[in-house]
Design a protein around this ligand. Structure first.
Ligand SMILES: N[C@@H](CCC(=O)N[C@@H](CS)C(=O)NCC(=O)O)C(=O)O
Length: 253
């Protein structure tokens, strides 16, 4: 009884915490798998947000005001005007942003340590494995000026291996780590574009069912539908200015 009461009270506090957000979170965004992680998470949490496009094909990521919040010149990033202590906070790196929003709202990131460790394992698996490998596969398959067979095979095979790991994990469960969580949100972006990775989703039936399950969530649909008009107008593979900006970066002092 007392436990149920405490649980109810906890729920109310969390709901209040989200509802209390009066100023929108600023989302620095471009529609890519990394950007979708955060548009989906904000939609899932029901947090008010204002999208600020970072046109990475035209160099917005190098503007001093953006570098001040995201020193790695990569989107996504957020500014939460109502951060800890009621003061603004900026966060870069999609994994860190998802954890922050999960802690802030108490949603999709369990507080229970055992459950949290499980979510972290799959979140970091995405951040250090699936994301970078799929990114390289995409690069060598679509953007490299020469088709380098060794590189294409290396990264395509690694993505296939990683999809296989997910498939196996999902054979006996609906989501990667307990209930639907930031681990699923993180993996979804690179999973939904399996065709671009040269994969056949039919090879991974459990992965495919998970993909459909996540895709069916209205907040996920709203998150991936967050578009930026200019993004549709640039084909990075053919646009010399964008290609140079993105793929010939050196160290900046
Ligand atoms: N590890 C970063 C990766 C973010 C990332 O690679 N963003 C790309 C777009 S998907 C970007 O902003 N690229 C701009 C650039 O390369 O200058 C994260 O998860 O936030």
């Amino acid at each position: 009884m007392a436990r149920a009461k405490a649980k109810r009270a906890k729920k109310v506090t969390k709901a209040k915490r989200v509802a209390k957000q009066t100023k929108p979170i600023e989302l620095y965004y471009w529609p890519t798998p990394n950007g979708w992680k955060i548009s989906i998470m904000l939609e899932e949490c029901g947090l008010p947000y204002k999208m600020i496009p970072v046109n990475i094909a035209r160099g917005d990521q190098f503007k001093p005001e953006f570098l001040a919040i995201s020193p790695n010149n990569r989107m996504p990033a957020i500014v939460d005007p109502e951060g800890p202590g009621g003061k603004p906070i900026s966060v870069f790196e999609s994994g860190a942003i998802m954890q922050y929003l999960g802690r802030k709202t108490g949603k999709f990131y369990p507080a229970d340590e055992r459950k949290r460790v499980e979510v972290d394992e799959w979140l970091f698996w995405q951040m250090g494995g699936l994301g970078p490998m799929a990114g390289q596969a995409n690069h060598f398959r679509r953007y490299a000026p020469e088709k380098i067979e060794y590189a294409i095979n290396r990264y395509t095979n690694e993505v296939r291996r990683l999809y296989g790991v997910m498939n196996k994990r999902l054979a006996a469960r609906d989501y990667l780590a307990g209930a639907y969580s930031i681990a699923d949100i993180a993996c979804f972006g690179w999973a939904r574009i399996w065709e671009r990775m040269g994969m056949d989703v039919g090879e991974f039936p459990h992965f495919k069912r998970w993909l459909e399950r996540v895709k069916a969530r209205p907040a996920v649909q709203r998150g991936v539908a967050l578009r930026v008009e200019e993004a549709g107008q640039v084909d990075i593979a053919k646009d010399k200015e964008a290609w140079k900006l993105l793929f010939t970066q050196g160290a900046r002092a």
